[in-house]
Design a protein around this ligand. Structure first.
Ligand code: SN0
Length: 318
């Protein structure tokens, strides 16, 4: 079958050849979710090393919409303890090597999704995508990232779909760092920048000094350290916390209050507030901001986005 994106795996923006077409396809699937049953008699496997609500349920629903069977496993809780080191002498805690686990899982499924967060200890380990790479190496079937150590492409595609639904030409889109009690991954902001840069948006990043992301994501992005100034006339405010990239995995001291409030939203051009969820209310943003936001639309768009990706993969691997 003719396929617009000729997708093998889906682990970053680079796996989508034609992003506007993928966004359009997601929007078409949202309007008529049961239009294609290309996944009939195929099985989707979803493997989680970390918690999930939207990714898990939306990917499951997307699979069902295409007629797939879906099997889900929280390997961190229900499986054997996995060993990731090559050549390890496994006489300690870990019980099953990743290469055996992935070979076996991939023999049961036609498409394999995996979620694997960074440890936030070693930047080198995390940014080499150690776990995702092993899945891609040992899997016999296409692999989808359900959020890896450094990227969250299914979220970013849903974010582009959501922005596209407002039909604003050259929107001003601001990615804003926000406070959080825990050290969180850089995956969502990295990935959002990777994808939004492929659109006609004017992209601004605002964060306290020291919270800049890796150059490969920041290239071509305007950086404004004053949050109010950055928010001026914005059409979309995308809030997210992340831990330090340069001072890796650290929570750095920040003096000003970066919580997103109505006062800050008031300097935008009736800007829409976005967040991938889960969100710590009244820390990242106030109740008032969240309750007047488009976060549920964004979350709903996870379903059609995952479905567009699965459909493309099934078309390429019929
Ligand atoms: C994850 C992250 O990458 O930031 C997943 C987002 C889709 N978020 C968290 O781990 C939040 C945990 C918390 O304690 O609020």
């Amino acid at each position: 079958m003719w396929n617009i994106n000729n997708m093998k795996n889906f682990t970053s923006v680079h796996d989508a050849e034609d992003i506007p077409k993928l966004v359009e396809e997601a929007i078409r699937l949202k309007a008529d979710p049961l239009q294609s049953r290309i996944g009939h008699n195929k099985t989707l496997g979803l493997i989680f090393f970390n918690p999930s609500l939207r990714t898990r349920l939306s990917a499951q629903k997307a699979g069902y919409n295409l007629g797939m069977n879906v099997i889900v496993m929280n390997v961190d809780k229900d499986g054997w303890k996995i060993e990731f080191e090559d050549g390890a002498v496994m006489n300690g805690d870990s019980q099953e090597h990743i290469r055996d686990a992935v070979k076996v899982i991939s023999s049961y499924v036609d498409v394999l999704g995996v979620r694997t967060f960074p440890e936030l200890q070693s930047r080198e380990d995390d940014y080499s995508e150690k776990v995702l790479r092993q899945f891609m190496e040992y899997s016999e079937v296409p692999v989808i990232s359900l959020e890896s150590a450094t990227l969250h492409p299914l979220q970013s595609l849903a974010d582009l779909v959501t922005i596209e639904e407002y039909l604003i030409k050259k929107p001003k889109v601001v990615l804003s760092w926000a406070p959080h009690p825990k050290a969180l991954p850089q995956a969502v902001p990295n990935s959002f920048l990777q994808w939004i840069k492929k659109t006609d948006a004017h992209v601004v990043l605002t964060c306290p000094k020291g919270y800049e992301l890796a150059d490969e994501f920041m290239n071509g992005v305007e950086v404004i350290h004053d949050q109010y100034e950055a928010f001026e006339k914005a059409d979309f405010i995308y809030a997210k916390n992340w831990s330090g990239y340069h001072d890796y995995g650290k929570i750095l001291p920040v003096e000003e209050d970066w919580t997103i409030t109505k006062d800050k939203m008031d300097v935008t051009r009736q800007g829409k507030f976005m967040h991938c969820l889960p969100i710590r209310r009244n820390v990242v943003a106030t109740d008032e901001v969240i309750d007047h936001s488009i976060v549920y639309q964004q979350a709903k768009n996870r379903e059609c986005s995952a479905q567009a990706v699965l459909k493309n993969i099934l078309e390429s691997h019929g």
